[in-house]
Ligand binder design. Sequence first.
Ligand code: ZN
Ligand code: FE
Length: 740
Amino acid sequence: MRSIEIQVSGIVQGVGFRPYVYTLALNENLNGWVNNDDRGVNITLEGHDKNIKNFIKELKNSPPPLSKIDNINVTELELKNYTSFEIIKSKTTSNKSTIISPDMAVCNDCIDDISDNENFRFKYALTNCTNCGPRYSIINTVPYDRVNTSMSKFVMCEDCHAEYKNPLNRRYHAQPVSCEKCGPKIALFDTSNNELKKNIEAVKELANKINQGHIVALKGMGGFHIVCDAKNDKAVEELRIRKNRPTKPFAVMFKNIEQVQENANLTFKEEEIVTSKEKPITLVESKESILSSNIAPNIDRVGCFIAYTPLHILLFEYLINPIVATSANLSNEPIVRYKDELIQKLGTIVDFVLDFDRDIINACDDSVVQVVNNELFVLRNARGYAPCSLKLKEKTNKKILALGANQKSTIALAFEDNLILSPHIGDLGSITSLEYFTRTIETFKRFYDFVPDLIVCDKHPTYESTKWAKSQDIELIQIQHHYAHMLSCMAEYNLEEKVLAFCFDGTGYGDDGNIWGGEVFIGDNKFYERVNHFKYFKLLGGEKAVKEPKRVALSLLFDTYSIEEVLSLDNPTINAFSSNEIKLMHTVWKKGLNAPLTSSLGRIFDAIASFSGIAQLQSYEGETGLQIEMAYDKTIKEFYDLEIIDNQIDLSSCIKQIIKDKDATLISSKFINALVELIVKISKKNDTLPVILTGGVFQNKTLLELVIDRLENLNKRYYYSKKIPLNDGGISIGQIYSQI
Ligand code: ZN
Ligand code: FE
C-alpha cells in the first residue's frame, strides 16, 4: 500500500479532468480525492503500488481530449486510510498559474444531441459539454467555475443540474451547461432593435433572410460575424460596398467537409485541419468556383471553415448555400461582442441580427491557418488555439509583460516557467482597438494575479503600445522589431544558441531610425548583429507607398536609371503615371521629402507586382505577395542575380533584367527563385549556424516551401514558427524571450 499526491498543471480545468480522474481511480480501486485550485488539479491516491503505477501511466498516455498537460509532479504521502474516492471542492490559493482553455468547436456527441428529437436539447443552439464549447470567451476569472463566467446569471434546471452533478456524465461540471428551459435564449432582431422571432424559429427565419440575399449579423463564440450567401454575387458585392472593403478576401463557412470539397481542392492534411477540433479558417486552393468570384478577387486561395457551433449547425439545416462569414467590425476596430453595439456601429451594413444572451466577456476572432510542407502553420492565433502557453527551460524570477507590435497585436506574459500568449487582438489603429488592447492586458492580469515588474515593447516611437508602455510607471525595455521576430521563433523551439536569421518582413522601426524589413541577423537570445540587409530605398510618400506599389517601383527605378531613361521605359509602372507625375515624384525622390529610407522586402514585393503589371495599388497588406505567388511557375528555374555589395543586398541588376523580361509569370518566378538563392548563398557562407526564417514575407507558402526544400538538401538545421505566427502576431513572445 502506498499514498501519493499528484499535481497536474497545464490546460486541466474545464476539460473534464476531475471526472476523468474519478473514473480512473474507481477502475484502479484507488481511494482518496481530486480537486482544482488555481495552479491546476491535485490528486491524492491510496492503494496498491501496481494500481497507482497504472493510474499514472494512463494519465500520461491518454488524458481527456481537450486537456494539455504541461507538468505532472508526484510526491509520497503518509497513509491516511481513505475509504472512498471523491471529487472535493475547488480551493483558491494565492499562486494563480493554471492555463485557461481556448474555446472549442462543438463535438460530435453534442451534434447528436441537437439532432435527436428524443433528446431534451433537440435543436437547442447553445448546447455544449466538457469536451466542447466556449471557455476563454466566457471567463471572468479563475478558477473556471460557473460563478466566474457569463453563465452565472442562469440557474440550472433539474435536468441540467443532474448531468452537472454526475461525475460519469459528459456534462459533469461543464460550466456553460444549459438547455432551452434554463439557458440563454436566441432571438432575431431588426436593426431598430425589434425582436422578430425566438429560438429555433429565429434561426429558421435568419436562414430565410440569407437565402433571400440579405446581409445579416450572427453572434458566434467570440464575437459577431457578418454573413451573406456565398453564391449570391449581388449580396457579396453589396457587402463589399457597405463594408468599404474592395478586395480583401472573405472567409467562407461551409456546412461540412463535403461542401468544402465541392468548392476547393484540399490535400489530406488540409482536410484533417478543417475538420479538427479547433476548426480554424484554413487557406486552401479554390476551385474554378461556383462561389461568387467576389469572395477572394484576383487570388486563387479561399479561407474555408466549417460550422463550429451548434447554432451554425442548425442554421445550415435551413440554408441553401455556403455563407460568407467575416468578423463584424468597423475597419481598424475589434470584433463586436454585443447586439446594441452592433446595431449602433454596423446597423447600416446588416439588415437583421441574430443574438443570444450568453455574454461574450473576452472577444476572440477566428484563427487562420494554412498548410506548409504538410504541417499546420498558424497565421492568426485565436479561437481554438489561444490563449496558448509555452514552457521555459528555467524559471524566471521576474513577471514580464510584452506588448507586441502595432498590427496583428498580441500580448504575452512570463512568470515562473510559463510563457503565455494572448489571442490575436488586431491592429491598434483606433481608440476602440486600443481599449480592447488594454482590456486584454487587464484580463490576463486578473487570470494570473499578475502584476508586471517589467514591460517589454517595440522600439517604434509612435506605436500605440509604446506610448501605453511609457505611460506606465514600470521598468521598460524596448526591443527592435526584427530581432523580436527572430526571438519569437527561438522561443517556440526553446533555442539559446547562436543562429543566422532571415527576418524578411513588411516594416519595422530600425535601430538607425530607418524602416527595416529585409534583414539578416546573426545572434542569440542576448545579442544580435545585422550582417546583411536590402539596400535602402526611398518610400515615396511614406505610408501612402504601402497602398500604392507603383510608388515603390518608381523609387527603385530612380535608383537604377536616370530620369530621362525612366521616362523612356515601356513598363506597367511607368504607364501607371503621367510624365508630369513622374517628374514631380523625381523631385520628391531627389530631395527626400516625405520619403523615409527602408530595407523592407515586403515593399520590394509590392514593387515587383508593379513592374510586372500585376498590381499598381493594393487594398490590404500582403495582397501583392499572394498575387505574385499565384503567378509563380514552378517549371521556371531561372533566377535574378541579387548581388551583395558591402553587406547590402543590391537590386539594381535584378531590376534591369525585370524591365527586359516583361512577362508577369517570368518575373514573379525568377524573383521568388532569386530570394531562395540568396538565402541559400548566405546560409552556406555561415555554414555552422542553424537558420531561422521569420517575418511576414515567409507567409508566402511558395517561397517558404522552396527554401525548406533547399535547406533540407543541404542538410542544414533550420527553424520557422508553426504554432506562433511568424508575422507580427508573434512579436510579443519574441520580446519576452529577450528577457529570459
Ligand atoms: Zn459537446
Ligand atoms: Fe513585422
